[in-house]
Each structure stands twice: as C-alpha cells, then as structure tokens.
Design a protein around this ligand. Structure first.
Ligand code: FES
Length: 189
C-alpha cells in the first residue's frame, strides 16, 4: 500500500477553470509514477467526458491508499476537472468506498444471503469482539484502536456454496465459522 506525504512537492493538477476557488490549490501528495500512469490510462478511456473516470479513479486511489482521504477527493477532482463535491457524491453513495483508514489486517465478511444463512453475522461479530472493535461506522466498518485490524461486511464474494466466506486482505477463506475465525486470527496476529 502506498503512503501519502503531505510535505511532498509532487503535484498533478488540472488546468481548466471551474467554480471551486480552491480547486487550483496545490494538492501536496506524493504519487508514484506508476500511480500517475494508471490514472492517465483510466482517464484516456473517457475521451469524450473524462468526468466519467471518477469511479475508476476512486477505486485506484482506494487500492493504493486503503481509503479515499479529502486530499484524494481533491486530487481526483482536479485530475478530471470536476468539483470535489461531485467526487464526494460518488464516494459517499457506494458502500465499498471508504473515507477512513482501515486496519493493516482487513477482515471482509460476506453478508449476502447464502453466507448470512451459513452464519456470517456470527463470524463477523466474533471477529469484531476478538479484535477489540467496539465502534462501527455507517457502512459497518470497525477498526481496532491500534489500527492493526479492521472488520467489515461486504457483499457476495462469489463463493456462495462455501459460506461463511471471509477475505483477509487479498486472501479468501471459506466456511469460516467462529472456530475457523479463531484459527485465522491466530495465524495472522
Ligand atoms: S453469498 Fe457469500 S460468497 Fe456469495
């Protein structure tokens, strides 16, 4: 996962006028050449209306930084010459986008019907408790106080016959009842 550095001089700004008086303020964020190349590639797919790149750019930012900060919102807005509020509209509409940091170890628990019937709510509650998570946000994301763990519900992970299905970072695990969840916790802790 990349890191954001507020003190960097590296910028990538848009050049057209828009209504936000702060839109041309320098977004001080260190972005790798690879990130910038990926962003350019995404935007190039929308030659008629680059504002259509807003969702893939949000995905790109989140994939790199774990969540979309206000800095990210402004950078995306500048890159495709829209208002930050237009980025926020998309960011806040879809539950898979995050505005807050997640844990270094991310548990994603499927809550869709098959997994719910197989016990995913119990698994999720168990993981939250074991990770010391007491507060969850409006999308069901909870982060431990030390930032080590986060637990959240997600929609179908495409392994519906083997629920409850849980992802730990990029790895998928099947039939994760509370006892398997404890095993996995022991393994990653
Ligand atoms: S319902 Fe959980 S993986 Fe599809």
């Amino acid at each position: 996962m990349s890191s954001v550095t507020d003190t960097s001089e590296t910028t990538h700004s848009a050049s057209h006028d828009v209504h936000d008086p702060h839109l041309h303020d320098e977004v001080k964020v260190e972005l790798s050449p690879d990130f910038l190349a990926q962003a350019d590639k995404i935007v190039s797919k929308y030659p008629v209306s680059k504002r259509s790149a807003v969702m893939p750019l949000i995905y790109l930012w989140q994939d790199n930084f774990g969540y979309v900060s206000q800095q990210g919102v402004r950078w995306i807005a500048q890159r495709i010459e829209i208002q930050p509020i237009n980025v926020m509209e998309v960011l806040t509409f879809y539950p898979m986008f995050r505005q807050h940091p997640v844990g270094k170890i991310q548990f994603k628990v499927c809550r869709t019907l098959s997994c719910a019937l197989a016990g995913s709510y119990e698994t999720c509650e168990f993981l939250r408790k074991k990770c010391g998570i007491t507060e969850i946000d409006e999308h069901g994301l909870g982060v431990s106080d030390d930032g080590k763990f986060s637990v959240e519900f997600v929609e179908c992970l495409a392994s519906c016959g083997t629920g409850p299905v849980v992802m730990i970072n990029d790895d998928l695990y099947e039939k994760v009842d509370t006892s398997k969840a404890q095993e996995l916790l022991n393994k990653v802790s």
